[in-house]
Design a protein around this ligand. Structure first.
Ligand code: ATP
Length: 260
């Protein structure tokens, strides 16, 4: 397992967000975290990357228990993952190349020449033209910003990639291209991808397994066909409404046939 959450409890004051959340993420899969607004998806992801600490439960990431990890181990572990936050979050006063270089400068002794080379390779990896490196975030389209932020997340060659709603704000073509890029990167780099998503196209086409958060816990987990068996109201409303039934009829039918 790359990530294992066991009985996670999270409270903010009087409010309980998670009350026994458990899930398991395997190596090299694309794992989706779904759930309605406010169900604690982002909080759970932040707990996986040590930006927040749960009140109870165990969070194992790459074999390390985040609850008992030493400061030094935590520093090392942080280099093993890349994160793409929802709005890209690039530094606006830096060029794209400088943005991608930030962590390489901070965490490594790599020479300037080598850093430039790595930056160029990451820009190419995410499908951007070389000249984009010298532009500022304000000069890029939304889709290019996502790709640039992805290049930055990949700068340290992580084993694990966290994506918070990667296709939100992209037009349909841009969203599908981004999905294709994620699949390609997973194959090329052998990484594990954890993504929060509401995007049905992504869920039906690139997510291998997923967890559905509702009622403060995981109400359905596994591949799509498992999740579709759930009769939880959120699953019913999200996957089994008329729109989804019509748009994904082939896939829903196919899953049913495969399952029989
Ligand atoms: N640092 C914080 N302090 C206090 N409350 C918080 C904090 N972070 C999140 N919350 C609360 O925890 C709950 C879950 O938030 P979270 O952002 O994880 O939801 P989400 O499932 O990601 O929702 P969305 O799909 O709208 O992004 C919300 O009620 C939010 O207000």
């Amino acid at each position: 397992m790359v990530i294992e959450a066991k009985g996670i409890v999270t409270r903010f004051g009087e409010r309980t967000v998670h009350d026994g959340v458990s899930l398991q993420i395997r190596e090299n899969e694309i794992y989706g975290i779904l759930g309605e607004s406010g169900s604690g998806k982002s909080v759970l992801m932040k707990e996986m990357i040590m930006l927040l600490e749960p009140n109870a439960g165990e969070m194992m990431v790459l074999g390390k228990d985040l609850g008992t990890i030493s400061y030094k181990e935590a520093q090392q572990l942080r280099r093993e993952w890349g994160v793409l936050f929802q709005f890209g979050a690039l530094y606006s006063s830096m060029t794209i190349a400088e943005n991608i270089e930030v962590q390489l400068k901070e965490y490594t002794d790599i020479s300037k020449e080598m850093r430039d080379k790595l930056v160029r390779s990451k820009i190419a990896l995410v499908g951007l033209d070389a000249h984009v490196g010298s532009l500022y975030p304000a000069e890029l389209s939304g889709g290019m910003i996502k790709r640039a932020a992805l290049a930055r997340a990949l700068a340290m060659e992580p084993k694990l990639l966290f994506l918070d709603e990667p296709t939100s704000g992209l037009d349909p073509v841009g969203a599908r291209n981004f999905d294709a890029l994620i699949v390609e990167l997973r194959k090329m780099l052998g990484i594990t991808v954890v993504m929060i998503t509401h995007d049905l196209d992504s869920i039906f086409s690139i997510v291998d397994r997923m967890a559905v958060l509702a009622d403060k816990r995981v109400v359905a987990e596994g591949p799509l066909e498992n999740v579709l068996q759930s009769q939880h109201p959120f699953v019913e409303a999200f996957f089994k409404n008329d729109y989804t039934k019509e748009k994904y009829v082939d896939k829903l039918e196919k899953k049913r046939v495969e399952h029989v």
